[in-house]
Design a protein around this ligand. Structure first.
Ligand code: CAA
Length: 263
């Protein structure tokens, strides 16, 4: 279950589901520049890989998903390096968010700072009971730099986002679920199984329709409602020229299970 290409990542692919482990357990999977670059490379590769329909991203070990950007590394950055550093982290989150296949964050412990930020870029977040969330950057004299000031308010609303970003407080999984930062809480040892169940359900559906749904939501999110609905209707119309749409509609009428080709 390893790939020689990567020093800090491990993955396996089974039934079109790729499980990706951020593998830097001794530093609670903190995001060094090398880890971030490997993740960007991995997601670009996974996006093109026909054998992968869903990615599940988790942390190695049982303590952390990702405990943040690498603080030791950040302590050596000057203002100019730190701008490039933020842009690199943001490139990772944009790549995940716009992947043409769903990415499920399987949050298995601390998701702090950059860890919470990459989880927020994933399409769906399941978390184990022992997970902890927060944006503690202000206590380090920093602000969130991998999209936290922008994605957190979009997910949980401005007031709660400000409370978390200004206090730097750490919240548990129950609180994260209550504010809709995560979709579901699971028992610690059932997290990946629950993610696989969801990935299987997703994989019963048309990959083209899934891709267009992600595009419609991402493109429409920041657009004014008429523009956003226009994006939706264009993509809706596009589905009608796909084999998947013909297969889905015909299978319903013939009372068959559809076999989607992804075209
Ligand atoms: N960067 C670098 N190393 C980290 C790290 C991080 N974000 N988080 C943990 N580690 C390292 C620790 O330094 C320690 O290494 P050593 O054994 O060499 O000392 C190792 O991981 C284990 O961590 P702890 O001994 O601290 O474990 P703990 O159980 O006592 O505490 C914790 C766990 C509460 C998560 C604590 O490690 C912690 O507070 N980590 C930092 C969390 C944080 O502030 N994250 C935000 C970073 S800033 C950011 O992400 C900016 C951004 O938006 C881009």
């Amino acid at each position: 279950m390893s790939d020689i290409k990567y020093k800090y990542l491990k993955y396996n692919i089974e039934k079109s589901i790729c499980t990706l482990f951020i593998n830097r357990e001794e530093y609670l999977n903190a995001l060094s520049i090398k880890v971030i670059k490997e993740l960007i490379d991995f997601y670009n590769w996974a996006n093109q890989n026909q054998n992968i329909k869903v990615v599940i991203m988790t942390g190695s070990g049982d303590k952390a998903f990702v405990a943040g950007a690498d603080i030791k590394e950040m302590s050596n950055l000057d203002a100019s390096d730190s701008k490039s550093y933020a842009l690199l982290g943001q490139q990772l989150t944009i790549t995940i968010e716009n992947l043409s296949k769903p990415v499920i964050a399987a949050i298995n412990g601390y998701a702090l700072g950059g860890g919470c930020e990459i989880a927020m870029a994933c399409h769906i977040r399941y978390a184990s009971k022992n997970s902890k969330f927060g944006q503690p950057e202000v206590g380090l004299g920093l602000i969130a730099g991998f999209g936290g000031t922008q994605r957190l308010p979009r997910l949980v609303g401005k007031g709660i986002a400000l409370e978390l970003l200004l206090s730097g407080k750490i919240i548990d999984a129950e609180e994260a679920l209550r504010i809709k930062l995560i979709n579901k809480i699971t028992d610690n040892d059932k997290l990946l199984d629950e993610c696989y169940k969801l990935a299987d359900q997703i994989n019963n559906n048309s990959p083209v329709a899934i891709r267009y749904t992600i595009t419609a939501i991402n493109k429409g999110e920041s657009a004014q409602i008429e523009k956003a609905l226009n994006i939706e209707s264009k993509l809706f119309a596009k589905t009608f020229s796909t084999s998947d749409c013909k297969e889905g509609l015909a299978s319903f009428l013939n009372k068959n299970k559809p076999k989607f080709s992804g075209h």
